[in-house]
Design a protein around this ligand. Structure first.
Ligand code: 2RA
Length: 325
């Protein structure tokens, strides 16, 4: 069935990338509607040889035949308009963090818990970018060896902060960060909470447990902004309940859905941001046993935080929903 699709936040960095991914994946579109804030309304966007005029989002925007709406316009817009759209029969796939930890809202990474996408009442949440790339490799490992504990250390590109973050790196300014991101790694993404963690760190902790549907997994995280333009890297340390052979870990990762293993240290092969940029897979390397515990491993993963971390994951969820329309 061809899909009547809306993109809310169509002129932003993720919104524009969603359009690229829709084209790359030949998503089956019947009618396409593009929405934005008042500021960006009226812009003309070319998509698949047709010109579209971006409309200002309002309460009547979904009073037309729309099957699926992809939101990437911030939490305030999602809080107000996702319920309006879903009440009119639209399935909303939301990139903001607003709905992610709501018990009734599925939080989906198709390679990990795709089936849960169908248990929705009209709103599906897309996880945080650094969470998405970190959990993609975990499905087969958790299924076979049961993950007991996860330690995340992230190295996050400035594109995660949008165009202002990129400008600060390129111009050496401090518009978007408290200190120069051109000269520092900043262990501070999003705001600090009373427990001493940042919201970004708590997102990785809570979202991982929800996506793997296992609150028994102990998770901790340190999320760091680094002077890289695009693509996030994450150092992942896992401790399993069960013993394993490292050769089997390699095999499971090589066969994991959505993963490309780049691990040949003799030839200095390991994941890099410049090879992950523009791609939709999660690149995994530096796979090795963690000798400091009984059943532990370390690995390094890199992914394009705007594509797999946001736009592509959103479109993959839309493909799942479209398959059952
Ligand atoms: C960041 N993960 O990188 C957050 C939101 N995109 O800033």
């Amino acid at each position: 069935k061809l899909v009547n699709l809306a993109v809310v936040g169509a002129t932003g960095m993720v919104g524009r990338t969603i359009l690229e991914v829709l084209k790359d994946r030949d998503f089956p579109i019947n009618n396409l509607y593009l929405f934005s804030s008042k500021k960006s309304a009226g812009q003309k966007v070319e998509f698949m040889g047709k010109e579209y005029v971006v409309e200002e989002l309002n309460e009547e925007s979904f009073d037309r035949d729309i099957d699926i709406a992809l939101f990437s316009a911030g939490g305030t817009i999602s809080e107000k308009f996702a319920p309006i759209a879903s009440k009119k029969g639209v399935t909303v796939i939301d990139n903001s963090s607003f709905w992610r930890m709501n018990d009734d809202i599925p939080l989906i990474v198709p390679e990990v818990n795709g089936e849960d996408a169908f248990k929705n009442d009209g709103i599906i949440a897309n996880p945080n970018c650094s969470t998405i790339q970190s959990v993609v490799p975990l499905r087969p490992l958790h299924d076979k060896y049961k993950i007991k504990r996860i330690i995340y250390n992230t190295y996050q590109a400035v594109s995660g902060s949008g165009v202002k973050g990129v400008a600060d790196l390129e111009n050496g300014t401090c518009e978007n960060y408290p200190y120069s991101i051109a000269k520092n790694c900043l262990p501070h993404i999003d705001s600090f909470l009373d427990n001493g963690y940042t919201k970004e760190e708590m997102k990785m902790i809570e979202e991982t447990q929800k996506i793997l549907n296992d609150d028994s997994i102990k998770v901790t995280a340190t999320t760091v902004r680094v002077p890289i333009k695009n693509s996030h890297a994450v150092s992942v340390n896992l401790e399993f309940e069960k013993p394993f052979e490292i050769e089997d870990i390699f095999e499971l990762l090589k066969n994991a859905d959505g993963v490309v293993v780049q691990d040949d240290i003799k030839n200095l092969i390991y994941p890099l941001e410049e090879t992950a940029n523009g791609k939709d897979e999660v690149f995994v390397g530096r796979i090795r046993r963690d000798f400091s515990v009984d059943n532990g491993i370390n690995f390094w993963c890199v992914a394009d935080n705007i594509r797999k971390g946001a736009a592509t994951n959103t479109v993959q969820i839309a493909e799942l929903i479209a398959s059952r329309l």
